[in-house]
Ligand binder design. Structure first.
Ligand code: FAD
Ligand code: MG
Length: 338
């Protein structure tokens, strides 16, 4: 367990920088296999924080790919067998996931589960699968084999062995649900961070934008490549330096390229997406798999959405719409606005 906590601490990629005068209600806990941090300002902050925590735990029990019970567990264990009735929010997330699987040309892939399970990069005995193993799993990850029937409230996987994995989208959804709980409690200023999926409510207590640091990949936690000044939006990061194992000097990380079955090797070290809702920024951070050119082209076509991509060759590629909110802090990088 100590080992697990150590790993999740390492995956926190973004830290909120604020010099707040008011004291917020703060909590840090482990849920969904990651660290969840809340900072909430306002009279009802504690009640809001406790309710939010309960909601994330409830979502974990329904949506986890790692548990034996819940909607996703039922869906996966009935793969190739039958339709499974699921909750409305599971249907919503599966539909969203199919949408992102479609618009990313399968780079975000909701059925990547069998590969994620085989790679299991955070296991103490993680190893590199043989090419034959990968070849055997690839036919199981066609996302069109997930059939969602909204009218009947059911979902189904067509082939035995297929697995939906919401690991790349459900933390974002949870972060949106948490902000809705804060609002219900009359909260106007708060930050929720679920393993790097950050939801920002309002602005900082000084009435200025929240200043959010983007981790410099491979550097000490808290060393930032850049700082973004943001209000009322969400920011999600996918990075190659978060969860990985090393074998013969090579890094094998947790973001799988569904086209190859291997960890994505697109020239990016991290992809941070800013969007109104975290369910969207989380899913879209998987443009990490597509690489800078295709990734930026996609993001520029989505309203109110921006990207900060850090490349292996020391560039930070930032969409034009973030220009006024972006500040470079690690001079090792060259900035390109596109
Ligand atoms: P992101 O880059 O946002 O997403 C990467 C994750 O998405 C991968 O870990 C994989 O699950 C999936 N993925 C990989 N490639 C792709 C792709 N091409 N397309 C779409 N998705 C992809 N972890 C544990 O170790 N133990 C747990 O008990 C546990 N429970 C969880 C319960 C829930 C409900 C969720 C949502 C996640 C859980 N996790 C658990 C996983 C963990 O929280 C995160 O998924 C993991 O930390 C990576 O998330 P990220 O946002 O850092 O990475
Ligand atoms: Mg994420």
């Amino acid at each position: 367990m100590k080992h697990a906590i150590h790993i999740v601490l390492l995956i926190l990629t973004i830290f909120i920088l604020s010099g707040c005068s008011q004291k917020p209600y703060q909590s840090t806990e482990q849920i969904m296999g990651t660290i969840v941090s809340q900072s909430i300002y306002g009279r009802d902050a504690q009640a809001a924080g406790i309710e939010a925590s309960g909601k994330i735990r409830e979502l974990e029990s329904v949506l986890s790919f790692h548990l034996k019970t819940g909607d996703i567990a039922k869906l996966n264990s009935n793969a190739g067998i039958e339709d499974v009735p699921v909750r409305k929010e599971t249907l919503f997330l599966l539909e969203k996931s199919l949408h992102y699987s479609e618009i990313t040309g399968g780079s975000f892939n909701i059925l990547v589960g069998p590969l994620v399970k085989r790679w299991n990069v955070t296991a103490a005995d993680a190893d590199v699968p043989s090419p034959a193993e990968i070849r055997k799993l690839l036919p199981l990850i066609h996302y069109k084999d997930l059939i969602v029937n909204e009218t009947k409230g059911t979902a189904r996987l067509l082939k035995k062995g297929q697995m939906a994995d919401l690991g790349g989208i459900a933390k974002g959804y949870a972060s949106d649900e948490v902000l809705a709980i804060y609002r219900k409690h009359g909260i106007q200023k708060a930050i929720i961070d679920i393993g790097g999926n950050i939801g920002l409510l309002g602005s900082s207590p000084e009435g200025k934008p929240w200043r959010v640091g983007v981790q410099s990949p491979g550097k000490e936690r808290g060393e930032y490549a850049a700082i973004l000044s943001l209000t009322d939006c969400s920011l999600s990061t996918s990075g190659a330096y978060e969860r990985f194992f090393k074998k013969n000097g090579k890094i094998y990380h947790h973001i799988i390229d569904p086209a190859t079955g291997y960890p994505a090797d697109s020239g990016l070290l991290s992809a941070s997406i800013i969007a109104p809702m975290s369910v969207d920024s989380d899913a879209l951070s998987k443009i990490f798999v597509m690489g800078a050119d295709r990734g930026i082209a996609l993001i520029k076509n989505i309203p109110d959405t921006g990207a900060v991509l850090i490349t292996r060759d020391k560039r930070i590629i930032v969409t034009e719409n973030l220009k006024s909110r972006f500040e470079l802090t690690d001079k090792e990088f060259r900035v390109e606005f596109r």
